[in-house]
Design a protein around this ligand. Structure first.
Ligand SMILES: [Fe+2]
Ligand SMILES: [Fe+2]
Length: 287
Protein backbone atom coordinates (compact mmCIF):
# COMPACT_ATOMS: atom_id res chain seq x y z
CA UNK A 1 0.00 0.00 0.00
CA UNK A 2 2.83 2.41 0.80
CA UNK A 3 4.74 3.67 -2.15
CA UNK A 4 8.48 4.31 -1.94
CA UNK A 5 9.31 7.96 -2.49
CA UNK A 6 11.65 8.76 -5.36
CA UNK A 7 13.43 11.42 -3.31
CA UNK A 8 14.16 8.95 -0.51
CA UNK A 9 11.66 10.20 2.03
CA UNK A 10 10.46 7.31 4.18
CA UNK A 11 6.69 7.51 3.87
CA UNK A 12 6.11 4.78 6.41
CA UNK A 13 6.95 7.24 9.16
CA UNK A 14 5.72 10.74 9.92
CA UNK A 15 7.65 13.28 7.86
CA UNK A 16 8.80 16.60 9.35
CA UNK A 17 8.01 19.18 6.64
CA UNK A 18 9.08 22.19 8.73
CA UNK A 19 10.37 22.64 12.26
CA UNK A 20 7.85 20.79 14.49
CA UNK A 21 5.32 20.29 11.67
CA UNK A 22 4.69 16.75 10.46
CA UNK A 23 2.91 15.10 7.55
CA UNK A 24 1.10 12.18 9.21
CA UNK A 25 -0.75 10.76 6.18
CA UNK A 26 -0.18 7.79 3.95
CA UNK A 27 -0.58 6.96 0.29
CA UNK A 28 -3.38 4.59 -0.64
CA UNK A 29 -2.57 3.40 -4.14
CA UNK A 30 -5.86 1.52 -4.38
CA UNK A 31 -8.16 4.47 -3.86
CA UNK A 32 -6.03 7.18 -5.48
CA UNK A 33 -7.61 9.63 -3.01
CA UNK A 34 -5.27 9.66 -0.09
CA UNK A 35 -5.42 12.21 2.69
CA UNK A 36 -2.76 14.42 4.22
CA UNK A 37 -3.38 15.10 7.89
CA UNK A 38 -0.76 17.28 9.58
CA UNK A 39 0.50 17.66 13.15
CA UNK A 40 1.83 20.91 14.63
CA UNK A 41 3.90 20.49 17.79
CA UNK A 42 4.43 23.61 19.86
CA UNK A 43 6.43 22.92 23.04
CA UNK A 44 4.37 20.31 24.91
CA UNK A 45 1.13 21.01 23.00
CA UNK A 46 0.03 19.63 19.65
CA UNK A 47 -2.71 20.30 17.12
CA UNK A 48 -3.96 17.89 14.44
CA UNK A 49 -5.11 19.47 11.17
CA UNK A 50 -7.76 17.64 9.09
CA UNK A 51 -7.23 14.40 11.04
CA UNK A 52 -8.58 11.97 8.46
CA UNK A 53 -11.12 9.24 7.88
CA UNK A 54 -12.05 6.47 10.26
CA UNK A 55 -10.21 3.67 8.38
CA UNK A 56 -7.06 5.85 8.33
CA UNK A 57 -7.04 6.43 12.08
CA UNK A 58 -4.69 3.60 13.15
CA UNK A 59 -2.02 4.72 10.67
CA UNK A 60 -2.41 8.41 11.48
CA UNK A 61 -2.24 7.75 15.24
CA UNK A 62 0.83 5.56 14.81
CA UNK A 63 2.53 8.40 12.97
CA UNK A 64 1.59 10.89 15.70
CA UNK A 65 3.14 8.58 18.32
CA UNK A 66 6.30 8.29 16.19
CA UNK A 67 6.86 12.03 16.67
CA UNK A 68 7.13 11.46 20.43
CA UNK A 69 3.82 13.19 21.19
CA UNK A 70 1.46 11.46 23.66
CA UNK A 71 -2.25 11.56 22.73
CA UNK A 72 -3.17 13.73 25.70
CA UNK A 73 -0.77 16.43 24.51
CA UNK A 74 -3.16 17.09 21.62
CA UNK A 75 -5.02 20.21 22.73
CA UNK A 76 -6.98 20.91 19.56
CA UNK A 77 -8.34 19.26 16.42
CA UNK A 78 -8.64 21.70 13.52
CA UNK A 79 -11.02 20.94 10.63
CA UNK A 80 -10.94 23.21 7.59
CA UNK A 81 -14.26 21.88 6.32
CA UNK A 82 -16.59 19.05 7.32
CA UNK A 83 -16.15 16.17 4.88
CA UNK A 84 -15.83 12.57 6.15
CA UNK A 85 -12.33 12.21 4.69
CA UNK A 86 -11.17 14.75 7.30
CA UNK A 87 -13.62 14.27 10.12
CA UNK A 88 -14.45 10.54 10.12
CA UNK A 89 -11.95 9.77 12.88
CA UNK A 90 -13.18 12.42 15.36
CA UNK A 91 -14.67 9.78 17.72
CA UNK A 92 -11.38 7.82 17.64
CA UNK A 93 -9.40 10.95 18.54
CA UNK A 94 -11.83 11.78 21.34
CA UNK A 95 -11.46 8.25 22.77
CA UNK A 96 -7.69 8.29 22.81
CA UNK A 97 -6.99 11.93 23.75
CA UNK A 98 -9.14 11.96 26.88
CA UNK A 99 -8.77 15.64 27.65
CA UNK A 100 -11.68 17.58 29.09
CA UNK A 101 -10.35 20.78 27.55
CA UNK A 102 -9.90 19.35 24.02
CA UNK A 103 -11.28 21.68 21.37
CA UNK A 104 -12.58 21.07 17.87
CA UNK A 105 -11.92 24.26 15.91
CA UNK A 106 -13.62 25.24 12.65
CA UNK A 107 -15.89 27.83 11.07
CA UNK A 108 -19.38 27.75 12.57
CA UNK A 109 -20.85 26.77 9.18
CA UNK A 110 -18.74 23.60 9.37
CA UNK A 111 -19.39 22.94 13.06
CA UNK A 112 -23.12 22.66 12.25
CA UNK A 113 -22.18 19.36 10.53
CA UNK A 114 -19.08 18.41 12.53
CA UNK A 115 -21.20 18.16 15.70
CA UNK A 116 -22.69 15.00 14.22
CA UNK A 117 -19.30 13.25 14.40
CA UNK A 118 -18.35 14.46 17.86
CA UNK A 119 -19.46 12.86 21.11
CA UNK A 120 -18.28 15.22 23.82
CA UNK A 121 -15.69 17.72 22.67
CA UNK A 122 -16.10 21.47 22.94
CA UNK A 123 -16.74 22.97 19.50
CA UNK A 124 -14.93 26.28 19.07
CA UNK A 125 -15.95 28.50 16.14
CA UNK A 126 -13.10 30.59 14.70
CA UNK A 127 -15.33 33.69 14.99
CA UNK A 128 -15.09 33.34 18.81
CA UNK A 129 -11.28 33.50 18.73
CA UNK A 130 -10.90 36.37 16.25
CA UNK A 131 -10.05 33.96 13.40
CA UNK A 132 -6.83 32.85 15.07
CA UNK A 133 -5.65 30.21 17.51
CA UNK A 134 -2.91 30.88 20.03
CA UNK A 135 -0.93 28.12 21.69
CA UNK A 136 0.21 28.57 25.33
CA UNK A 137 3.60 29.72 24.01
CA UNK A 138 1.97 32.66 22.22
CA UNK A 139 2.44 31.12 18.76
CA UNK A 140 -0.57 31.99 16.61
CA UNK A 141 -2.23 30.35 13.61
CA UNK A 142 -4.40 32.50 11.33
CA UNK A 143 -7.62 31.26 9.72
CA UNK A 144 -8.77 32.69 6.38
CA UNK A 145 -12.22 32.00 4.93
CA UNK A 146 -12.35 30.49 1.43
CA UNK A 147 -16.13 30.35 0.98
CA UNK A 148 -17.46 27.55 -1.23
CA UNK A 149 -13.98 26.20 -1.91
CA UNK A 150 -15.55 23.82 -1.58
CA UNK A 151 -17.87 24.08 1.47
CA UNK A 152 -19.67 27.24 2.55
CA UNK A 153 -17.51 27.38 5.69
CA UNK A 154 -14.19 26.25 4.17
CA UNK A 155 -11.09 27.86 5.65
CA UNK A 156 -7.35 27.73 5.10
CA UNK A 157 -4.81 28.10 7.90
CA UNK A 158 -1.58 30.11 7.88
CA UNK A 159 1.28 29.44 10.25
CA UNK A 160 3.47 32.57 10.14
CA UNK A 161 6.30 30.79 11.98
CA UNK A 162 6.86 28.16 9.27
CA UNK A 163 5.33 30.00 6.33
CA UNK A 164 3.04 27.02 5.66
CA UNK A 165 -0.48 27.55 4.34
CA UNK A 166 -2.67 24.51 5.05
CA UNK A 167 -5.28 24.57 2.29
CA UNK A 168 -7.48 21.48 2.78
CA UNK A 169 -9.01 20.60 -0.63
CA UNK A 170 -7.63 23.67 -2.42
CA UNK A 171 -4.49 22.70 -4.39
CA UNK A 172 -5.34 19.04 -3.87
CA UNK A 173 -4.99 16.32 -6.49
CA UNK A 174 -6.32 12.86 -7.09
CA UNK A 175 -4.12 10.24 -8.73
CA UNK A 176 -2.42 6.87 -8.63
CA UNK A 177 1.11 8.27 -8.85
CA UNK A 178 2.08 10.46 -5.98
CA UNK A 179 5.01 12.24 -4.40
CA UNK A 180 5.01 14.12 -1.10
CA UNK A 181 6.53 17.21 -2.74
CA UNK A 182 5.13 18.30 -6.10
CA UNK A 183 7.62 18.36 -8.95
CA UNK A 184 6.68 19.78 -12.34
CA UNK A 185 9.20 19.87 -15.17
CA UNK A 186 9.12 22.69 -17.76
CA UNK A 187 6.96 20.49 -20.01
CA UNK A 188 4.39 20.06 -17.20
CA UNK A 189 4.09 23.83 -16.86
CA UNK A 190 2.95 24.03 -20.46
CA UNK A 191 0.44 21.30 -19.61
CA UNK A 192 -0.79 23.44 -16.70
CA UNK A 193 -1.46 26.26 -19.20
CA UNK A 194 -3.28 23.79 -21.46
CA UNK A 195 -5.15 22.25 -18.50
CA UNK A 196 -4.17 18.75 -19.59
CA UNK A 197 -1.12 16.53 -19.98
CA UNK A 198 0.27 17.26 -23.46
CA UNK A 199 2.49 14.16 -23.25
CA UNK A 200 -0.65 12.02 -22.72
CA UNK A 201 0.89 10.37 -19.66
CA UNK A 202 -1.33 7.93 -17.76
CA UNK A 203 -0.32 9.43 -14.46
CA UNK A 204 0.26 13.14 -14.55
CA UNK A 205 0.14 15.52 -11.56
CA UNK A 206 -1.25 18.29 -13.79
CA UNK A 207 -4.25 16.16 -14.78
CA UNK A 208 -4.63 15.12 -11.11
CA UNK A 209 -4.83 18.73 -9.90
CA UNK A 210 -6.98 20.02 -12.77
CA UNK A 211 -9.51 17.18 -12.61
CA UNK A 212 -9.74 17.34 -8.83
CA UNK A 213 -10.62 21.06 -8.87
CA UNK A 214 -13.09 20.65 -11.74
CA UNK A 215 -14.87 17.95 -9.75
CA UNK A 216 -14.68 19.20 -6.18
CA UNK A 217 -14.95 22.99 -6.52
CA UNK A 218 -18.45 24.33 -7.16
CA UNK A 219 -17.72 27.07 -9.73
CA UNK A 220 -15.03 29.19 -11.37
CA UNK A 221 -16.20 32.20 -9.35
CA UNK A 222 -15.72 30.40 -6.03
CA UNK A 223 -12.31 29.06 -7.03
CA UNK A 224 -11.00 32.37 -8.38
CA UNK A 225 -12.29 34.37 -5.41
CA UNK A 226 -10.43 32.16 -2.93
CA UNK A 227 -7.26 32.00 -5.02
CA UNK A 228 -7.11 35.78 -5.17
CA UNK A 229 -7.89 36.12 -1.46
CA UNK A 230 -5.04 33.86 -0.41
CA UNK A 231 -2.53 35.60 -2.68
CA UNK A 232 -2.32 38.24 0.06
CA UNK A 233 -0.98 35.70 2.56
CA UNK A 234 2.86 35.60 2.76
CA UNK A 235 3.09 31.78 2.59
CA UNK A 236 6.16 29.95 1.30
CA UNK A 237 4.71 26.42 1.27
CA UNK A 238 1.26 25.03 0.45
CA UNK A 239 0.18 21.90 2.31
CA UNK A 240 -3.08 20.50 0.90
CA UNK A 241 -5.23 17.70 2.33
CA UNK A 242 -4.90 15.64 -0.87
CA UNK A 243 -2.13 15.50 -3.44
CA UNK A 244 1.34 16.94 -2.92
CA UNK A 245 2.96 19.72 -0.92
CA UNK A 246 4.05 22.67 -3.06
CA UNK A 247 7.11 24.60 -1.96
CA UNK A 248 8.79 25.69 -5.20
CA UNK A 249 7.85 29.31 -6.01
CA UNK A 250 7.73 28.77 -9.79
CA UNK A 251 5.60 25.64 -9.43
CA UNK A 252 3.29 27.52 -7.07
CA UNK A 253 2.97 30.30 -9.64
CA UNK A 254 2.18 27.80 -12.42
CA UNK A 255 -0.46 26.02 -10.33
CA UNK A 256 -2.08 29.32 -9.31
CA UNK A 257 -2.09 30.41 -12.96
CA UNK A 258 -3.59 27.09 -14.10
CA UNK A 259 -6.35 27.13 -11.50
CA UNK A 260 -7.17 30.84 -11.87
CA UNK A 261 -7.82 30.34 -15.60
CA UNK A 262 -9.57 26.96 -15.29
CA UNK A 263 -12.91 26.66 -17.11
CA UNK A 264 -15.69 24.08 -16.55
CA UNK A 265 -15.30 24.09 -12.77
CA UNK A 266 -18.19 22.33 -11.01
CA UNK A 267 -21.54 23.64 -12.24
CA UNK A 268 -19.77 25.63 -15.01
CA UNK A 269 -18.98 22.33 -16.69
CA UNK A 270 -22.66 21.35 -16.67
CA UNK A 271 -24.63 24.45 -17.68
CA UNK A 272 -23.71 27.38 -19.91
CA UNK A 273 -22.99 30.80 -18.45
CA UNK A 274 -26.12 32.24 -20.07
CA UNK A 275 -28.38 29.66 -18.47
CA UNK A 276 -31.53 31.27 -17.02
CA UNK A 277 -34.46 29.68 -15.26
CA UNK A 278 -37.41 29.15 -17.59
CA UNK A 279 -40.45 30.72 -15.87
CA UNK A 280 -42.76 29.38 -18.59
CA UNK A 281 -41.69 25.87 -17.67
CA UNK A 282 -42.67 26.54 -14.06
CA UNK A 283 -46.10 28.00 -15.00
CA UNK A 284 -46.74 25.04 -17.30
CA UNK A 285 -45.83 22.51 -14.60
CA UNK A 286 -48.28 23.93 -12.01
CA UNK A 287 -51.13 25.18 -14.15
FE1 LIG B 1 -13.70 18.10 0.85
FE1 LIG C 1 -10.86 16.35 0.93
Amino acid sequence: MLKPQKDDIDLETSVEIADGIYWIGFFDEQSGLHCNPYLIIDNDEAMVIDGGSRPDFATVMMKILQTGIAPNQIVALLYQHYDPDLCGSIPNFEDIIQRKDLKIISDSANLMFIRHYSVATRLLPISKINNQYTFSSGRTLQFIKTPYCHSGGSIVTFDPKSGILFTSDLFGGLGREWELHLKLGPECRECMDSKQCLQKKDNCPVNDIINFHKTVMPSRKALRYSLEKILDIPFTMIAPQHGSIISDKEIMHAVFQGLATLEEVGIDGIVNDDYAFNSGHLRERFK
